[in-house]
Structures are given as C-alpha cells and as structure tokens.
Design a protein around this ligand. Structure first.
Ligand SMILES: [Mg+2]
Length: 229
C-alpha cells in the first residue's frame, strides 16, 4: 500500500440538503429545550460533539450539564436522521461515484473516511446517498471532538487493516471546509480541498491546501488524490 486517501462526508461525498443540520438541531432541542443560535450557525468542518457543545454553550448551558447527555442527543439525532434522509434529499455529489470506482482499481491505494460525523450518523448518510458499504474504515467525530486529532486515528486503523504506516504526505485528506485543511496539516498529511459546498474557493485558497479543486467531477481530481498532479 502506497497511499491512504481519507474523505470528508458532508459537502465532499454527499449533500443532505440541510436535513442533517435540522436533525441535530431537533435532537439538541428535544434534549435541552434549546438549540441555541442554530439559525446561521456554521456547521462546516465541525465534529458532531463540537456542534453540540458549541450550540449548548451559546445557549448558556455548562459543558458539565451537556456531556453526560451527549449519548442521548446522538440517539435522538440518529433516529431523526434515519427517518428524514431519503434518496431524494440526500445525494452523492458530482464525480463521487466515478472517482471511488477509479480509486478501487488501484490496488496500492487504501480509501477511508475522515469526518466530523459520529460513526452511525456517517453510515446513515452514506446509505441514503447510495454510498453504503464503500468505505472499509474511518476516523469519526465519535473518536474525538477535535478534528485535528483524527489523522493519527485513521492511520492507526489503516495500519491494522493494511500493515502500512502511511506516514506524512502518503496520507491525503480531502474535504470541502477550512477545518479539513487544518486537520490535514495537523496530521502531516497532504491536503486536497474541494470547493463543492458552502466554503468558497477563496476561503479555501487562503489556507493554501496542496491542491484546490472546484469539484470531484473534474479531470484533475484523480491526479490530485493520487499525488501525481
Ligand atoms: Mg465537509
């Protein structure tokens, strides 16, 4: 194995058209009676635990009140998510199926997830988008609240599966948010940013990712991920 490619989920692989944000808002409100200033809140690149802690802190709740009920919030969130996401509102983004199929033809390339989603949430979203079962492993928001700590988690799991250490830029982190670029850098990985969602090309460019794409539906995308361009 020569390369490890780690995909972000929301805005990179798929879009839920705002349904996931609504679902987590409902779960927080049902648990604490408020979801804080959720209108206008920027979800991009944040982990699910970070979203819950930030919104409840902005609503005036103490972390010590929120932490013991995190599992309760996520149970509610996953049940909402399962009922709200459908193949109509949740779709793989352009080029995603094709690039995953291409990467699958490279025997020396390992593919996984690096996402702020809790693991069951990622699975529900991927299934709704028709991408269920495509990823052998991942690092998730349920592994750590701080996204910047997830590259080592993903590398350790990849090493268990494939026996390679994927040091430095042999790991590639691809995502649509500034937090994905910061996380790649924190983990010493190569950063591929894709301006396929809410964060503009200019905002992403300001953080100087190794490669900046407009979409995965671009001839440059495969080369960017394989590190040959
Ligand atoms: Mg994203």
């Amino acid at each position: 194995m020569r390369r490890l490619i780690l995909f972000d989920v929301d805005g990179t692989l798929l879009s839920t058209n705002g349904q996931a944000g609504r679902a987590i808002g409902m779960a927080i409100r049902e648990t604490f009676g408020t979801a804080g200033p959720i209108e206008g809140y920027a979800f991009a690149g944040k982990t699910d635990p970070q979203i819950v802690f930030e919104l409840t802190a902005l609503a005036g709740l103490k972390r010590s009140e929120v932490e013991p009920r995190l599992a309760e919030v996520f149970d509610r969130y996953c049940s909402r998510l399962s009922s709200m996401l459908t193949p109509v509102n949740t779709r793989a983004l352009p080029g995603v199926r094709e690039i995953l199929a291409e990467l699958g033809r490279h025997a020396d390339v390992a593919v996984g997830l690096l996402t702020g989603n809790i693991r069951p949430g990622a699975e529900i979203k991927l299934r709704a988008a028709g991408l269920g079962g495509r990823f052998a492993f991942g690092a998730f928001g349920s592994d750590h609240e701080d996204r910047n700590r997830l590259v080592p988690v993903a590398r350790a799991r990849a090493q268990d599966l494939w026996g390679a250490d994927f040091a430095g830029p042999s790991t590639v982190v691809i995502g649509d948010a500034e937090a994905d670029i910061r996380c790649a850098r924190a983990g010493g990985a190569r950063s591929v940013a894709v301006a396929s969602s809410k964060t503009s090309r200019e905002q992403l460019a300001a953080l100087a990712p190794d490669v900046l794409l407009d979409s995965l539906d671009s001839p440059a995308a495969l080369e960017a991920l394989l590190g040959t361009g």
